[in-house]
Design a protein around this ligand. Structure first.
Ligand code: NCD
Length: 351
C-alpha cells in the first residue's frame, strides 16, 4: 500500500499522472462524482487548519465519499495521552484513508507504520507538506504551462516553512530550475536543504533584486507557532512585504503564489493584479486532493510497495526536539542520504 508522506514519495512520472488526473477532474467533474462512493476519509488534525482540512473534506465529498475525524486534538483521546500509533490503529478500523496534520515532524510517517490504510501527510511541523506542493505544481502547470526552466523566488520563512521545503524537493528534479532565496538570515533555508540544491540557488537580501528575474514568486508567512522566542517573531515578522510598487518590477508573465494564510507579507492592493495567483491556487488544492485521494485508493496503489527510503534501526537518537521520535514510543531509525549523510528516518535531520 502506498502513502503520501513527502514530495519525494512520488516519481516525476507519478507527479505528472496526478496533475493530468486533476486536469481531467477539472474538465469532467461529473465523471468522478461517485468515484469514491462508500469510502471514508479520516481527517486527523492535531494542528490548526482552514484550507487544507476543508479542501480535503470538499474533495472527498465531491468524489462521493464521506468524511470523519477531528480538527482539534483536544477533543480526541489524544488529550488522554493516546499515541499516534494507537490512534491510527483505531482509525484504520473506521476509515479507508487518512489525512493527518501534526505539529511533530515525522508523525505521519509513524502513523504509516501502524496504519492498515493509506496515510497522507497534510503538514508535519516545519518538515513537509506534500499535498500543498501538488497544489503549487498544478497551479504552476495551469498558469505557466511547464515545470522546467523556471526561476522560483522563495520569500519569507524558509527555515520553518514546510511548504517551501516540500516545493524545493519536488521542483529541483526538473531541468533548468533555479531558486532565488529571500529571507532574513535567522529564517534562512536549513543547510541540509541548501546542500541538496548544489549550485541551483542564489541568495539575495531584497525583493527588489529578485523581482525582475523570477517566473514564480512564492511568498510565505513567518511561522509564529514555531518560535520559542516571541520577541524574535515580532522583530522578523514583517521582514519582507510584497506591495504594488514591487509588483511593477516583476515580469508581465510572472505569478505570485502563497500557500495562505497571509498575514502582512502581501498587501491587499496586490490581489487585483492578474499575476496574483494565490486564490486560484486555493481552488487547485481541492482538485489536486481529489486526484490524490482517487489515486491512492486505486487498486494499483493499494497493492503497491511503499516508496521513499527505508529506515534501518539506529543506535543514535534524534536531537531535533520537534521530531516525533523524541516523544512517540518508536524505535529510532535512520537512513543514509545521497551524500552519505546519516539522517533521522522521521524528520530528515542529521543524526
Ligand atoms: C501552510 C501550512 O500549514 O504549512 N498552510 C496551508 O496548508 N495552506 C502555510 C502556513 O501555515 O503558513
Amino acid at each position: 500500500m502506498r502513502h503520501l508522506l513527502d514530495s519525494t514519495d512520488l516519481t516525476t512520472q507519478e507527479i505528472e499522472k496526478i496533475v493530468l488526473r486533476a486536469l481531467d477532474i477539472i474538465a469532467h467533474p461529473q465523471q468522478y462524482a461517485e468515484a469514491c462512493k462508500g469510502k471514508k476519509l479520516a481527517t486527523l488534525f492535531y494542528e490548526p487548519s482552514t484550507r487544507t482540512r476543508l479542501s480535503f473534506t470538499a474533495a472527498m465529498m465531491e468524489l462521493g465519499g464521506q468524511v470523519l475525524g477531528f480538527s482539534d486534538a483536544r477533543s480526541s483521546s489524544v488529550s488522554k495521552g493516546e499515541t499516534v500509533a494507537d490512534t491510527v490503529r483505531v482509525v484504520s478500523a473506521f476509515a479507508d484513508i487518512i489525512a493527518m496534520r501534526h505539529y511533530k515532524e515525522g508523525a505521519p510517517r509513524v502513523a504509516s507504520e501502524f496504519s492498515r490504510i493509506p496515510v497522507i501527510n497534510a503538514g508535519d511541523g516545519g518538515h513537509s507538506h506534500p499535498t500543498q506542493t501538488m497544489t503549487d505544481l498544478l497551479t504552476i502547470r495551469r498558469e505557466l504551462g511547464r515545470f522546467d526552466h523556471l526561476t522560483i523566488g522563495l520569500c519569507g520563512d524558509l527555515k520553518y516553512g514546510r511548504t517551501v521545503h516540500s516545493l524545493i524537493k519536488a521542483m529541483r528534479r526538473y531541468e533548468g530550475v533555479h531558486f532565488v532565496l529571500i529571507a532574513p538570515k535567522e529564517l534562512a533555508l536549513p543547510d541540509y536543504m541548501k546542500a541538496e540544491l548544489g549550485d541551483a540557488y542564489t541568495e539575495v537580501s531584497t525583493l527588489e533584486e529578485a523581482m525582475p528575474v523570477v517566473d514564480v514568486l512564492y511568498m510565505t508567512r513567518v511561522q509564529q507557532e514555531r518560535f520559542a522566542d516571541k520577541d524574535e517573531y515580532e522583530r522578523l515578522k514583517d521582514s519582507f512585504i510584497l506591495d504594488e510598487r514591487l509588483m511593477e518590477l516583476g515580469k508581465p508573465s510572472m505569478i505570485v503564489l502563497h500557500p495562505l494564510p497571509r498575514v502582512n507579507e502581501i498587501t491587499v492592493g496586490v490581489d487585483k493584479d492578474p499575476r496574483a495567483a494565490y486564490f486560484r491556487q486555493v481552488e487547485n488544492g481541492k482538485y489536486v486532493r481529489k486526484a490524490i485521494i482517487y489515486t491512492l485508493l486505486s487498486d494499483e496503489y493499494m497493492h503497491a510497495e511503499p516508496t521513499g527510503h527505508h529506515g534501518e534501526t539506529s543506535s543514535c537518537a534524534c536531537h531535533n526536539d520537534r521530531c516525533i521520535a523524541t516523544t512517540e514510543p518508536v524505535e529510532q531509525k535512520s537512513y543514509i542520504d545521497a551524500d552519505g549523510v546519516k539522517r533521522c528516518f522521521y524528520c530528515d535531520h542529521m543524526l
